[in-house]
Design a protein around this ligand. Structure first.
Ligand code: FAD
Length: 176
């Protein structure tokens, strides 16, 4: 999924990946261009596994690297919640930020049962200790629908929702 943040993405350093197709048993190395890595997307399908990968890195100064990592961790602690959450709930629409839109729609702090939209960063949903996945799912749908109604933006979900009956997803485009 080309994880990235703070101005860098996996594809910046990846050279190639060894892909095994579980459906056919075939395996081959794909170069970074063939992997088609874009924002939260790659050409790797749900029946393929990345068995190994090659990265190109540059030698650098360890103290400077540790300082940079420290800055990133500090920024995250100040701007993103801890506790029980699965990271970003929705992908950022082109040119905008899902968190900004959810905040603008007035949804920070919105709660359904054991799940609440984080007060710290609106694109995070916090679960209470012992919280329910059904509450998270209901809150994801409520946030999606409220942003669509109030701001006319159709947010796309970044979380992978596992375990619900796919036939129930019909009326819920955010969870398709
Ligand atoms: C608090 C928090 C903050 C986050 N912040 C960011 C962020 O800033 N930027 C960002 O990009 N992401 C962010 N994420 C999401 C995070 O990047 C992904 O969860 C992580 O990169 C996935 O890597 P993983 O190894 O944990 O994979 P998993 O969570 O185990 O898997 C993720 C997906 O990849 C598939 N997968 C895993 N391994 C393989 C493999 N070997 N071959 C093929 N498919 C595989 C899984 O089936 C699944 O579909 C955040 C998550 C959390 C919880």
């Amino acid at each position: 999924m080309n994880a990235g943040g703070h101005g860098a993405e996996t594809k910046d350093r990846l050279v190639s990946a060894h892909i095994v197709d579980l459906a056919t048993g075939a395996d081959r190395w794909l170069g970074v261009a063939e992997l088609d890595l874009t924002y939260r997307h790659s050409a790797v399908t749900s029946v393929q596994v990345v068995a190994s990968a090659r990265f190109r890195l540059e030698a650098g100064d360890a103290d400077a690297a540790n300082e940079r990592i420290g800055e990133i961790v500090r920024w995250r602690r100040e701007n993103q919640p801890g506790g029980q959450n699965a990271g970003s709930v929705f992908t950022n629409p082109p040119g905008d930020s899902a968190g900004r839109l959810i905040d603008q729609a007035g949804l920070k702090g919105l709660r359904i049962g054991t799940a609440a939209v984080s007060d710290k960063h609106a694109n995070f949903i916090q679960a209470d200790p012992g919280g329910s996945a059904d509450d998270i799912r209901r809150l994801v749908s409520a946030v999606h629908d409220a942003v669509a109604e109030r701001l006319h933006v159709d947010l796309r979900i970044e979380l992978q929702m596992v375990g619900w009956d796919p036939s129930l997803e019909r009326a819920d485009p955010s969870c398709s």
